[in-house]
Every structure is written in structure tokens, then in C-alpha cells.
Ligand binder design. Structure first.
Ligand code: DGY
Length: 432
């Protein structure tokens, strides 16, 4: 059944069936492509949301998705942002450009560590089935989190750095504009973009941004992918509220998993990571913006506007009454500004662009995480709005990569695995 060929309005049951079909159609053995053409490999956080989607109807397959992601784990602990396994000409930059020296080939940076939280969800869905899987995956999660807490922290600080916009998962967010303007792209090897053969260029990053993305890959490759060096000395290091809050949440879930396994030494180590979380949160807070915001670790400058990931503080378990009052006012303002929430960047900021990737569009995965956190802190009305708006955008347009917050129109790739997964796990009325 192809939903796109059915008459609208699609029923929720048709959307449920189509979401399952998309996960199945995007499968490549035991891992899943975000979408054919545009992203023909295994992406880290995509894959973990896909596991959450699979857990709704095939728990064993969900665990295998997690297992395959960690086939791309480096000896230093990093779970890579892309696991290539093969070279597909429909994507650039492929394994040769990254030249990571890994087997299977991978990219040279990481991506937001949502895995531990999702592993806990899978375990809790069926602890008997989950226990052997958990025992196998737990040390890999520990090693990956340790990598973040050692390789992505600048000495004397506690904020987690991203050293490439791709590591944040939010490639062209205005959060990186300041730091990227300090990256000199001169001398990069000529290249040809492939993404704009699949998607309208108005929905993708600009060529100026791509030049800098490639420069940062060149820098990493020339350093032999020495992650500590790249974080300390490289041309780009920004504290990201997205990765920071997702890691804090995942650390807390990892601690619960350590308790289940009676892994006392691990629990102690995780507590020592969490000990620094408050300091990192202080670093990200911007009184001027009334929100947490990205901050350039080289210059200490904050981003000029508010991204949707600012509201992941609740998901991270971070709450202080004075800041929360301001953050809630900022959230209320942004929720009122567009028909479909949550825009990835403040719609009242001059850099907002309703169609361009992470500069305005709504992302189902972010809505899911923000709403989960809001709901845990009792902000049910706001959490419900995010769920209802995600549902409405998918009903309106189908399973697109992201959505225009003004009219709900789909943008980017279509038949997109993580949107299908979030529908199944959270946005579909049949989940209630
Ligand atoms: C891309 O190629 O657009 C990806 O977002 C990089 O991870």
C-alpha cells in the first residue's frame, strides 16, 4: 500500500500501516536507512528512533537495529554518526572522503546520543527478552558516553562540545552561524553536492555552509581523527544544548540500567559525569534570550536566537524555578507564533526560514523528546500541543523528514523512517 497514492484524508489506520511499511521498505538487512537516495547508510540517531518505532511491532528487530549501530563503534568508544559499510554514489561525502580507517567504514564524528534512553525503553517493553541484549549493549553505551565526557570536553569546563555541525544532528541551525563564520574554507578540494539532486536546494544548507562542513572534515582527516586534539584545537567547538541535554538524559537512563545490572563501578562513574551537569547547564543559559542557547567554546559567545532544543532541558531533568519561569514564557511565545509547533528556530527571529532544514521547520523527533520532558514536569497542555501538531502535520503531508511550521507542508526527504517511527511510538492516536 502506498499512502501517497491514496485519496486524502488518510485514515489513522492507513497511516499506521504506511508507517510500518516505510520501516520495512527502508530496511537493509538488520539496519535501516533514513530514506532511500538522500541518506543511503545507517545514521546514528535516526537508527535509534527507528528502533523505538520497530519496538511497537517487532521488538527483536528493534534490538538488532541497536546492535548494528554499535558495529560502527570505534576503539576509543565513539559511536559514529554514519556507518557506511559500502560506497553509494547517491551520497556525498562518502567513506573515501571521511577516510576514518575503521572497519566497517564510518564518518569521523558522532551524533546526539539518544541510544541509552531508547535502550531503556526497549528493555522496559519486555525485560525478559531485553536482559541478554542489555548485557551486550551496556558496556558499549558506557564506552560511548565516556568518550563524550572525555573527548568532547575542553579542560577546565564541563560543557559538551560539538566539533562539526553534523555532530549536532542539526546541520544548518543558526546556532552554528557565528562559529562557522570563523572557519576559513579556502583550499578545500573541489566537490559536488548530491543532496540537492534529491531535495529542493531551498530546503537544504547553502553552498557556503557546505564548504565549511567539508573544511572541517578535511581538518579532522588530516589530524588522523584525533578527537581530543580536534576538540581542543580544531576550528569549530560549540557547546550544544541539544547534545548536552540528550546526553544528560541518556546518562540518567544509563544509571538506571547500571542499577539493573548491579554494575556498581559503572554507576559510580555515571554519577561523576552527572555531577558536572549543573555547571554545563549554567554555561548554556542565556539571560538575554530567556533560554538555553548554543555557545561558542572558543569565544564564549551565545547564539543569537532560540532553537527548539532549548526546551529539552526538561527531558534532561534540568529545572530551576527562576530560569523555568523565563523559559516557559519563551516557550509560550514560540508556541503561539506558528500554526504547527515546534519550529526548530524562533519564528520571530530574522534568521527564521520556514523551509530550510534546521532554520525553522518542525521535526517530529524533537517534538517527541521535548514533549516527553514537558510531560514529566507536568506541562501537559504544552506537551499535548506538540503531539497534536505532529499528528496534524503527518496527517496533512505524510511521512516527510520535516515540516513547514506555517502550513504543515512536508519538506526534505519523503518516506522518512524516523517520522514513521515517531508516528508509531507517539503521534498516532492508536498509541493512546
Ligand atoms: C547530511 O548529509 O545532510 C547529513 O545531515 C549529515 O549527517
Amino acid at each position: 500500500m502506498k499512502t501517497q497514492n491514496l485519496e486524502k484524508p488518510w485514515t489513522d489506520v492507513e497511516l499506521d500501516q504506511r508507517a510500518i511499511a516505510i520501516l520495512r521498505e527502508n530496511e537493509w538487512g538488520d539496519y535501516t536507512l533514513p530514506t532511500w537516495g538522500l541518506y543511503p547508510y545507517q545514521w546514528n540517531w535516526d537508527s535509534m528512533f527507528v528502533a523505538l518505532g520497530f519496538s511497537e511491532f517487532d521488538l527483536d528487530r528493534a534490538w538488532r537495529e541497536v546492535e548494528t549501530l554499535f558495529q560502527g563503534q570505534w576503539n576509543n568508544g565513539m559511536a559514529a554518526h554514519i556507518v557506511f559499510r559500502r560506497d553509494d554514489p547517491s551520497y556525498f561525502p562518502g567513506p573515501k572522503i571521511w577516510n576514518s580507517g575503521q572497519n566497517p567504514p564510518t564518518s569521523g564524528c558522532s551524533q546526539p546520543p539518544v541510544a541509552a534512553t531508547i535502550v531503556r525503553d526497549l528493555y522496559e517493553a519486555d525485560s525478559e527478552v531485553g536482559l541478554p541484549w542489555l548485557k551486550m549493549i551496556f558496556p558499549k553505551l558506557m564506552a560511548w558516553h565516556r568518550w563524550f565526557h572525555t573527548m568532547r570536553v575542553i579542560s577546565g569546563g564541563s560543557a559538551i562540545a560539538v566539533t562539526h555541525p553534523w555532530e549536532s544532528g542539526r546541520d544548518n541551525s543558526p546556532d552554528w552561524d557565528l562559529a562557522l563564520s570563523n572557519v576559513d574554507p579556502s583550499g578545500i578540494a573541489p566537490y559536488e553536492r548530491r543532496d540537492i539532486e534529491h531535495v529542493d536546494p531551498a530546503m537544504r544548507p547553502t553552498n557556503e555552509e557546505y564548504d565549511r562542513y567539508l573544511k572541517l572534515v578535511e581538518y579532522g582527516r588530516e589530524s588522523g581523527w584525533d578527537h581530543a586534539h580536534i576538540t581542543r584545537e580544531g576550528p569549530f567547538a560549540v557547546a550544544d544544548p541539544g547534545v548536552s541535554f540528550i546526553l544528560m538524559r541518556s546518562d540518567k537512563d544509563l544509571l538506571e540500567l547500571a542499577k539493573i545490572l548491579n554494575a556498581e563501578d559503572s554507576a559510580k562513574e555515571i554519577k561523576s559525569w552527572l555531577y558536572h551537569a549543573e555547571e554545563a547547564t549554567d554555561y548554556l543559559w542565556s539571560e538575554e534570550l530567556g533560554a538555553y542557547a548554543a555557545r561558542d567554546l572558543r569565544t564564549d559567545e551565545h547564539a543569537s536566537g532560540v532553537s527548539s532544543v532549548a526546551f529539552l532541558s526538561y527531558y534532561a531533568g534540568v529545572s530551576t524555578p527562576r530560569r523555568d519561569a523565563k523559559l516557559q514564557a519563551t516557550l509560550r511565545r514560540i508556541l503561539k507564533a506558528t500554526r504547527f509547533s515546534l519550529p526548530s528556530f524562533d519564528p520571530e527571529h530574522p534568521k527564521f526560514d520556514a523551509r530550510r532544514y534546521w532554520r525553522g521547520p518542525v521535526w517530529a523527533i524533537v517534538n517527541y523528546m521535548v514533549a516527553r520532558g514537558l510531560s514529566e514536569y507536568g506541562f501537559e497542555r504544552e506537551a499535548r500541543k506538540l503531539q497534536v501538531d505532529t499528528r496534524a502535520a503527518i496527517r496533512e503531508s505524510g511521512f516527510y523528514e520535516y515540516f513547514n511550521p506555517i502550513n504543515g507542508r512536508g519538506a526534505g526527504g519523503n518516506q522518512f523512517a524516523w517520522t514513521a517511527a515517531i508516528w508509531l511510538a507517539w503521534a498516532s492516536p492508536t498509541t493512546e
